[in-house]
Design a binder for this molecule. Structure first.
Ligand code: PLP
Length: 395
């Protein structure tokens, strides 16, 4: 009667959502400020002023019919050109509006790109830890997600593990740097190694292997860390971008797909992207916010707050005896659980009103993820609870 797979996806909520719902209930019981909710990756800093200014100006001064009407399926041509100009200016590329497809966020960018590429029997590789929805998006195309473990100490790419995982069925590799959940940024050397391996393997198997760069956190990096632009490193690149985190607009649902003009038969790939958008019903992203984003190219929210939170949390947790990889980007801290079973550890943390996401579904058991996109005050108030939790484990 129903698709069992969809029923299962809709019935079993993600661990993150579960914890978030538990948090809401708990806050109603004991008070908002008594629960230290680190579950969701919802930006905690407001959108930059240009967002409000653009939205108000558009609503007051633009033709309402046009403003709320359909745009082209692939997005407004003016916005696509504005993005192309901005990306070219930043990264020295030669893209035009015709390389861009506007989406409802990175989730749609990924779903569409995968759908555009996938043929029967294909495999897509990603690196653990990874954003759990990758499995959902990849499997929804009928393809298989192949998970490659990262270096266990640094969470950088393990080149040998990658080489071993690539087969004749590999259609693409999904890379997410800065990474959710580890916050790790893949080094420039790491990126170059990855690209050389993919080039060798393309040669060996005689077909393209696409690099799908999922980069909603591109602008969220600290201490002058560089995030290489992958189109400049590898021809068969598709960038999946989103304004959810950079402009703090996750609920407005705007992102894009950029197909490199150096990818093999890129115009066909772009056409397949348009086809996949159509097949999935992801046409014409929200019109008003397409126009807002057009006016905010190059702007970001004030991400310095995240750096402050990271420094505070990393320093304190290390002092209390926790082990974490210091994140260079995004707004997540990946911490070793103080017992083998991260789920049990997360349950124990609840006793101290700390909501920490167990990382099994990110492909890395034994860790929890802390989303530090919260107020600095929440972090400060939560520190005694983290200390007590560590003490409960004899730290
Ligand atoms: N990819 C990663 C790594 C993410 O962390 C997220 C959201 O948190 C997404 C994709 C989806 O982003 P969006 O809200 O733009 O759909």
């Amino acid at each position: 009667m129903l698709s069992e797979k969809m029923l299962e996806l809709g019935t079993n909520r993600s661990v993150i959502r579960d914890l978030f719902e538990y948090g809401k209930k708990r806050k109603a019981e004991i008070g908002e400020d008594k629960v230290f909710d680190f579950s969701l990756g919802n930006p905690s800093v407001p959108a930059p002023a240009c967002v409000r200014e653009a939205a108000l100006d558009l609503l007051q001064n633009e033709d309402e019919i046009l403003l709320h009407g359909y745009t082209s399926a692939q997005g407004d041509a003016g916005l696509r050109k504005a993005i192309a100009d901005y990306v070219n200016g930043q990264h020295g590329t030669n893209l035009t509006a015709d390389n861009f497809y506007i989406t409802v966020g990175a989730a749609a960018s990924l779903s569409i790109s995968l759908k555009a590429l996938a043929e029967e029997g294909d495999e897509f590789i990603t690196f653990a830890p990874f954003f759990p929805e990758y499995r959902v998006f990849v499997e929804n195309t009928g393809s298989k997600l192949v998970v490659v473990k990262s270096d266990p100490k640094s969470f950088q790419i393990d080149p040998d593990a990658l080489k071993e995982a690539i087969t004749e069925h590999t259609k693409g590799v999904i890379l997410n740097s800065p990474n959710n959940p580890s916050g790790v940024v893949i080094t420039e050397d790491g990126i170059q190694n990855l690209c050389r391996i993919l080039e060798e393997k393309q040669e060996e198997y005689g077909h393209p292997i696409f690099l799908i760069s999922d980069e909603p956190y591109r602008e969220l990096v600290y201490d002058d860390v560089k995030v290489p632009y992958l189109m400049n490193e590898y021809d068969n690149t598709i960038v999946c971008y989103s304004y959810s985190k950079s402009l703090s607009l996750p609920g407005e649902r705007i992102g894009y797909i950029a197909v490199s003009d150096r990818a093999v038969e890129w115009k066909k790939i772009y056409a397949a992207v348009c086809g996949a958008g159509r097949a999935l019903g992801y046409v014409c992203a929200p019109s008003l916010f397409q126009q807002v984003v057009k006016r905010c190219q190059g702007q970001t929210s004030d991400v310095s707050v995240y750096k402050k939170n990271r420094d505070l949390l990393c320093r304190a947790l290390t002092e209390y005896g926790y082990h974490c990889v210091k994140p260079d980007g995004a707004f997540y801290l990946f911490v070793e659980a103080l017992e083998e079973d991260a789920n049990a550890f997360s349950m124990k943390a609840r006793e101290y009103e700390l909501l920490l996401v167990p990382a099994d579904s990110f492909g890395t058991p034994g860790y929890v993820r802390i989303s530090y996109c919260v107020s600095t005050e929440q972090i400060e108030k939560s520190l005694p609870a983290f200390r007590e939790l560590a003490r409960a484990y004899g730290k």
